[in-house]
Design a protein around this ligand. Structure first.
Ligand code: ADP
Length: 493
């Protein structure tokens, strides 16, 4: 009997889960690590903190399950995407902290790229819109701002990696320098059509090609771990977290779509073997498959998802816990014409309006606290609706089912309302851990433990919760028209 160990290195915490041959979770451990905010809008992690959090959850998981390296058939890695580490090839020593995907320090430079007309060239090659999110401008910032870094990089002494690459390097004692298609696709340096690092973009950002890792499929034998406690085991998968979740949700076919309801919402749609160009403000990226070639994916995000519930709890003091929001919404029966547009930091896809701000409309003397809470949850679902509609338009596909996970997907009211408003089935995964499960399945497939068909069967066998649409069509259309008006008002700010 062999097991799969999957590591999920996330933005605020790291997890390690061990899965048995039937895909059952034997045990899972999670550890938070410090966030570093050197200036407003800047976010960093210490690579040493990331590495020690990984080592500690791996040890906890092995001990918790009473297993040793010899019992593990394969290791899978999924990770926060775009976060950028630059380190010395010989010593493994980072030259600067990891610059986290959320960090806005290169926002002005990205604005200039847009202003100077580079958007289309970048989109045509990478599928991305120039933004501080992606790794390219973060690498450039390190080379431009850390003493001696550019010279060292030009001499071939420095390595760049997203977190997966850094972990592979550490786990293998410096022997593996690699990443996968899904992580490479988020750097803004990778050509998603030729599946190669793009020479012209490397010139544009002034990044030496020698710094870049080899790129492989997500399900692949990346090589052997040389450090304890996993010495001798091979890493058999690497996948960016959102693509890990897409795979872990079993979204293997074109038109399959998932949403993760976390702090923000991340929607990804598998579009199959061909990229879909977005006319509606989505990005085109690569997804994980069981085979050698990646699939293409449309991605859209909502900045404020579960975060509106945190605001109700911590900012407004209207609820004591996130879970209390669902009970309040059910008590309210309806939102009484109130709409909450949680555009706290502007609106993402499909509006892309940085100036929009949070807005509550339709308040009367009779409006209750519970109705404001209900309208806030509905505001999450309407934003997801808007992104799904943009995906349908771009892909020319009509959605009948949305697979969901993430913290706020625990909210039954929200899931039922989402299903009603989309007029589609909403399927909540069995474990709420699709991301780490995706990495485990990919690793198991690469190591020959499972086939893709086995994985689909394992996914189908688990307990899932399905929400079916039941709302009267007249009511649905009237609610949606009210939402449209509320969004227009949020954009007047
Ligand atoms: P992240 O990975 O972004 O930290 P999680 O997937 O852990 O996010 O989800 C956390 C988010 O989910 C928080 O914003 C929290 O407010 C929200 N949340 C958690 N439980 C509920 C619930 N029962 N109802 C609504 N929102 C919830």
């Amino acid at each position: 009997m062999k097991y799969i160990l999957a590591i999920d290195q996330g933005t605020t915490s790291t997890r390690a889960h061990i899965y048995g041959q039937r895909g059952e979770c034997v045990c899972g451990y999670q550890r938070e690590f410090p966030q570093i905010y050197p200036k407003p809008g800047w976010v960093e992690h210490s690579p040493a903190d990331i590495w020690s959090s990984v080592r500690s959850v791996v040890e906890l998981a092995l001990n918790g399950a009473g297993l040793a390296a010899a019992d593990i058939a394969a290791v899978g890695i999924t990770n926060q995407r775009e976060t950028t580490v630059v380190w010395d090839r010989r010593t493994g020593e980072p030259v600067y902290n990891a610059i986290v995907w959320q960090c806005r320090r290169t926002a002005d430079y990205c604005k200039k790229l847009v202003h100077d007309g580079f958007s289309e060239r970048i989109y045509n090659r990478t599928g991305l819109v120039p933004d501080a999110y992606f790794s390219a401008t973060k690498i450039k910032w390190i080379l431009d701002n850390v003493d001696g870094a550019r010279e060292r990089a030009e001499r071939g002494e420095l390595c760049f990696g997203t977190v997966d690459t850094y972990l592979l390097f550490k786990l293998s004692g410096g022997k593996i320098f690699a990443t996968d298609y899904t992580n490479a696709a988020r750097t803004m340096l990778f050509n998603i059509h030729t599946l190669e690092w793009d020479k012209e973009l490397l010139r544009l950002f002034d990044i030496p090609s020698g710094m870049l890792p080899h790129v492989y499929p997500s399900a692949h034998d990346f090589g052997e771990i040389e450090t304890e406690p996993l010495k001798g085991v091979h890493v058999h998968s690497v996948v960016g977290d959102q693509q890990g979740s897409l795979f872990g949700q079993g979204c293997f076919e074109a038109g399959d779509i998932k949403n993760t309801y976390g702090t923000g919402c991340f929607l990804l749609m598998n579009t199959g073997g061909a990229p879909v160009k977005s006319e509606n403000g989505l990005v085109t990226t690569l997804g994980a498959t069981a085979g050698g070639k990646p699939c293409y994916v449309l991605e859209g995000s909502v900045f404020v998802g579960g975060a509106v519930v945190q605001w109700l709890r911590d900012g407004m003091g209207l609820i004591k816990s996130a879970a209390a929001s669902g009970r309040a919404a059910l008590r309210a029966k309806n939102s009484g014409g109130v709409y909450v547009v949680p555009a706290f930091t502007g609106l993402g896809a499909p509006y892309w309006d940085a100036n929009a701000r949070g807005t509550i409309t339709g308040i009367t003397r009779g409006t209750t606290k519970d109705q404001i809470i209900r309208a806030s949850l509905e505001g999450i679902a309407y934003q997801v609706y808007d992104v799904v509609k943009a995906m349908e338009k771009d892909a020319g596909i009509s959605i009948t089912r949305l697979s969901v996970d993430g913290g706020a997907s625990a909210n039954r009211f929200l899931m039922q309302f989402q299903s009603d408003i989309l007029r589609a089935e909403v399927v909540r995964s069995r474990s709420g851990e699709s991301t780490v499960l995706g990495a485990a399945f990919l690793a198991g497939i690469s190591a020959g433990v499972w086939s893709e068909g086995d994985v689909l069967k394992l996914l189908g066998g688990g307990a899932r919760r399905v929400f079916l649409p039941g709302m009267d069509e007249g009511e649905r259309l009237s609610l949606l028209s009210g939402w449209k008006k509320a969004v227009e008002r949020a954009r007047l700010n």
